[in-house]
Structure formats: C-alpha cells, structure tokens
Unconditional design. Structure first.
Length: 185
C-alpha cells in the first residue's frame, strides 16, 4: 500500500515540475485572418481595405490555383486576401474574434496545436461599425500555437525535429482555450 502511495506522489511531483518548466508554456505563434472574396475587382479591393482597417497591417492577395469556368474564376486571378498577426496584435484580435463566437468553439475545429473558426459578418467584431461603402464580409480565423523551442524545426542551419513529448496535443490545445475562458462544445 505504501509503495502505491509513493508512486502516485512521484507522478504528481513530476506533473508539477512539468507545469513549472517555461519551455512547456503554450504561446500563440500566429493568427491568420483570411477573406475569400471569390472574385477580383472592386469587391476584392474593398476586402483588402477592410482587412487593413481591422488589423493595421497591409494584407496580401491570394490567387486562384486553377480555372473554374462555372464560378468564372481564372488561374492566377486575385480572389481573396489574408493577413498574419503575431504577438500582442494576435492576442488582441483573437479575444475580439472569440467575443463574436461568444467564447464557444466546436471540438471539431480544434487540432494538434491549432484551431480555426469563421465569422459570418465582420460588423459583429467589437468596435467595428457598418460602412455602406465597404459592405459586409465574412472571414476565417486560423490560430497556430507553439512552445518555446519550435524554431529548431524551422531554422536553416542544424535543423532538427521537435520531439513527440514537446508537440502540442489536441487535449493541451483545449486546455489552453479553457484557460482563456472558451467553452469547447
């Protein structure tokens, strides 16, 4: 009986040490906001202008990879735009976007170390008013999480794999979301 108690205490101690390790802390790597317009021209320019107003950064155009005659899309035509946010801007925008979703996300939209959700109308974001000149756009919000030390997989020199125990699991992603006050349904 005493041996079992000692094993349980040892596991709890190991768990506490794991939580204290600063390398195990989960951080936001980036938040990508994408607006898929589906056509080039005036509406595409308005979407680019809207993204710049929302984020304060210049958006990048996304292009069609193939021609689809039924949709009237040609290969190489600008059909959307996106912006990547990092650091404080990313956290601020994420919290505003989660307010729109009423801090509820589906478990199906969560993966190992990342999650995504959509916003139907950009005017639902806090502090954004309807502008008849721009119109209404929906957007996708994709969030990528990381731990300290993930750079070893990205760097050019002495590249290495991130160890299995250091990767972020779906359960850890859900736990991180709950720490923000998000309810996972």
């Amino acid at each position: 009986m005493q041996a079992v108690i000692e094993k349980v205490e040892a596991k709890e101690e190991e768990k506490r040490k794991k939580e204290e390790n600063p390398m195990r802390e989960i951080l936001i790597d980036k938040v990508v906001i994408n607006i898929g317009v589906g056509e080039s021209g005036e509406r595409h320019k308005k979407a680019m202008k809207l993204l710049e107003q929302l984020t304060g950064q210049k958006p990048v155009a996304t292009y069609a990879t193939q021609t689809i005659k039924n949709f009237g899309i040609r290969r190489g035509e600008a059909i959307g735009c996106k912006v990547t946010l990092r650091g404080e801007k990313a956290m601020k925008f994420l919290l505003d976007a989660l307010k729109v979703k009423e801090f509820k996300l589906s478990a199906r939209s969560i993966n190992d170390g990342n999650f995504s959700f959509g916003i139907q109308e950009h005017i639902d974001l806090p502090g954004v008013d309807y502008d008849p000149e721009i119109g209404i756009f929906g957007m996708d919000v994709c969030v990528v999480l990381k731990r300290r030390g993930f750079r070893v997989a990205k760097r050019r020199r002495c590249r290495a794999k991130v160890g299995k125990r250091h990767r972020i699991t779906k359960e850890e992603t859900i736990e991180w979301l709950r720490s923000l006050g998000v309810e996972v349904v």
